[in-house]
Design a protein around this ligand. Structure first.
Ligand code: ZN
Length: 167
C-alpha cells in the first residue's frame, strides 16, 4: 500500500484519525510529521506532498492534511480544502486530549526524561524532590493523566504533570 499523505511506496502504518475509528495508511516519515509538536522541526520539503493529498477524496486523509496545514500555518491552503461541517469539527479535535502533558502542555511518553520544576515533598519517603532534579525513564499512570511515575533516590514516586517539564 502507498502512503495516503505522500504517496511513498513502502507504507504500512495504520494511523487512527482520532477520535473516530477511521484509519489511513501512512509512512514513517509522515507519522513523524504528524507527531511533531514543534512547528520549527517540521520537514517542509517533505510536506510539499500536501499539495497533492489536499485534493484527496477520502475525508480521513483530508482531516490529517488539514491538521498538518494548521501546524504549518498555511492558511491559504487550509482555505482551499473543502470540508463538510462535521468533518471540520473532526479536523479540529484536540488529538492530545486524554494524554499526559507536562507543565507546558508538551505530550509526555513512557520512557521520557523530565525535570522537576518545583521542590516537592515526597509523602511517606521523608525527602524533598528538588527543583531541577532530572528523572529518567518515567512511566505514565494508566488511570490518571495528571500523574506519572518515576524513580527518585531509588524509590518509585508519583509526580504531578503540572510540576514537571519534558527534557
Ligand atoms: Zn508518507
Amino acid at each position: 500500500m502507498s502512503c495516503d499523505i505522500c504517496g511513498a511506496k513502502k507504507s504500512d502504518i495504520k494511523y487512527q484519525v482520532k477520535p473516530k475509528e477511521s484509519y489511513i495508511n501512512i509512512c514513517e516519515l509522515c507519522l513523524s510529521q504528524i507527531e511533531q509538536n514543534d512547528p520549527q522541526k517540521l520537514n517542509l520539503n517533505h510536506l510539499r506532498c500536501l499539495d497533492n493529498s489536499m485534493w484527496s477524496e477520502d475525508e480521513a486523509v483530508l482531516v490529517v492534511v488539514y491538521r498538518l496545514l494548521t501546524k504549518l500555518q498555511y492558511q491559504d491552503k487550509m482555505d482551499m480544502i473543502y470540508l463538510r461541517d462535521e468533518v471540520m469539527t473532526w479536523a479540529h479535535y484536540d488529538t492530545t486530549a486524554n494524554t499526559h502533558k507536562d507543565a507546558h502542555g508538551v505530550v509526555l511518553n513512557s520512557g521520557d526524561s523530565i525535570t522537576i520544576i518545583k521542590d516537592l515533598p515526597v509523602k511517606g519517603a521523608g525527602f524533598v524532590a528538588k527543583q531541577g532534579q532530572v528523572v529518567k525513564n518515567i512511566s505514565l499512570d494508566k488511570n490518571d493523566t495528571s500523574l506519572v511515575l518515576g524513580k527518585i533516590n531509588g524509590i518509585s514516586v508519583y509526580l504531578k504533570c503540572s510540576f514537571i517539564k519534558k527534557r
